[in-house]
Design a protein. Structure first.
Length: 333
C-alpha cells in the first residue's frame, strides 16, 4: 500500500482524528444524514421489488467479513427451503451496468467479490453499482424468492426487509469519526437501527456490541492455483513464505498466516486492486499465499507456487439458528 494509505489507516485507528479532516467529516455527516432522511421521509423514492431483500453491510470501510457471511447465509436460507439470489456492487470494474455473474465471469468486468460469490454461493448472482438494477436483472432471469445484498447498507434506494451490520472485532469503529477523519460511512448510531449486528472475531480483538452475534472465519485450508490441490494451512508451519492481500485489512490476513506458524513476508495492496505480474512475484521460490478474493483475479495465469486461503463463516449452533430465525421471521412480515 502507498505511504499515504498507510498513514491514513494509522490515523483512523488511533485515538484522535487529524484536525484538518474534522470539518470535512462534519460535512460528510450532514450530507449523509440529509440523504438518509430524504429516503426515510419519502422525499426520495425507494424502489419496489417483487421479493424481500436482506441487506448485509457495514458502517466502516472494509474487512468485516461480509462476503463469507453472505455465502453462509445463502446456504442457510437454501436449507430452509428458500431460493436466494445475491446482488453485489462490483467494485473496480470496467463496465458499470448491471450484469449476471457466473463462475466463469471475468473479475475485471463484474468485480472480484462477485466472482467469488458465484463460485462459492451456489445461487444466482448479479453485480452492478445500481443495486436496484442488479436486483431487477436477477429477478428477470432466475426464480429467486429472496435477495441478499452483499453491501448496500447505505444504498437506500434499495428496499430492505432486514438489515445485518458486520463489524471487525479487532478494529471496531476505529476512532469513531466519519470519513475522511475516520473509517465510518455512517455514525455509530446507525447500528441502533439495524436488525442484527455480527462481529467478526479476530486474534487479539476485544471490540463488542450489545447482543451482537460472533462470527469466526475458518481459514484452515489452502488451495493451489496450479492444480486445485487442497492442503491444511498448518502443513506450511515453520516455512518462510510470501503473502499478498488486496483487501480492506491486509495485516489481518498476514496475522492469520502467522498464527498458523508461517513466517510471512507480506505485501498489502489497496482493496480490490488489480494484480500485476509484479505483484505476484517475489524473486525467489518460496510459496506465495493470497486471499480467495484475490485468487479469482488470477484466472489463466501460470502460477505454480501460489495458494489461496479459503475463508468460511462459522457460528456456534445456537447463534447460527438465532440469526437465521430472525431473518426468516422478517421475511414473513
Amino acid at each position: 500500500m502507498g505511504a499515504f494509505s498507510r498513514w491514513l489507516l494509522r490515523t483512523w485507528y488511533s485515538p484522535h482524528p487529524v484536525w484538518f479532516f474534522i470539518p470535512l467529516a462534519w460535512l460528510f455527516w450532514l450530507l449523509s444524514g440529509l440523504r438518509r432522511g430524504g429516503y426515510a421521509f419519502r422525499i426520495f423514492p425507494t424502489a419496489s421489488l417483487l421479493v424481500p431483500v436482506v441487506v448485509v453491510g457495514n458502517i466502516s470501510l472494509g474487512g468485516t467479513g461480509k462476503t463469507p457471511f453472505v455465502i453462509w447465509l445463502a446456504a442457510e436460507l437454501k436449507r430452509r427451503g428458500l431460493r436466494p439470489g445475491i446482488v453485489t456492487r462490483g467494485y473496480g470494474v470496467e463496465a458499470k451496468q448491471a450484469r449476471l455473474v457466473t463462475t466463469a465471469s471475468d473479475a475485471t468486468q463484474v468485480g472480484d467479490e462477485a466472482v467469488l460469490l458465484a463460485r462459492r454461493g451456489g445461487v444466482p448472482v448479479a453485480a452492478g453499482s445500481d443495486r436496484v438494477a442488479a436486483a431487477q436483472l436477477l429477478l428477470g432471469s432466475s426464480p429467486v424468492d429472496v435477495i441478499l445484498s452483499d453491501d448496500g447498507l447505505q444504498h437506500y434506494r434499495l428496499p430492505r426487509r432486514h438489515e445485518i451490520a458486520l463489524l471487525d472485532g479487532s478494529r471496531g469503529l476505529g476512532n469513531g469519526w466519519l470519513l475522511p477523519a475516520g473509517p465510518l460511512r455512517e455514525s455509530e448510531a446507525r447500528l441502533e437501527t439495524v436488525d442484527q449486528v455480527v462481529i467478526k472475531l479476530a486474534p487479539g480483538g476485544s471490540f463488542t456490541w450489545p447482543e451482537a452475534r460472533r462470527m469466526r472465519l475458518n481459514t484452515d485450508t489452502v488451495v493451489s492455483l496450479k492444480d486445485g490441490e487442497r492442503r491444511p494451512l498448518a502443513s506450511f508451519s515453520g516455512q518462510p513464505v510470501h503473502a499478498l492481500a488486496a483487501i480492506g485489512n491486509p495485516q489481518q490476513f498476514f496475522a492469520t498466516l502467522e498464527a498458523a506458524g508461517l513466517a510471512v513476508d507480506g505485501r498489502g495492496l489497496p482493496d480490490h486492486a488489480r494484480l500485476t505480474p509484479g505483484d505476484l512475484e517475489f524473486g525467489d521460490e518460496r510459496p506465495v499465499f493470497m486471499t480467495e478474493k484475490d485468487a479469482v483475479k488470477c484466472a489463466g495465469l501460470d502460477l505454480s507456487r501460489h495458494w489461496y486461503v479459503e475463508a468460511a463463516a462459522e457460528f456456534d449452533a445456537a447463534e447460527a439458528a438465532a440469526i437465521v430465525d430472525r431473518v426468516m421471521l422478517s421475511l414473513k412480515g
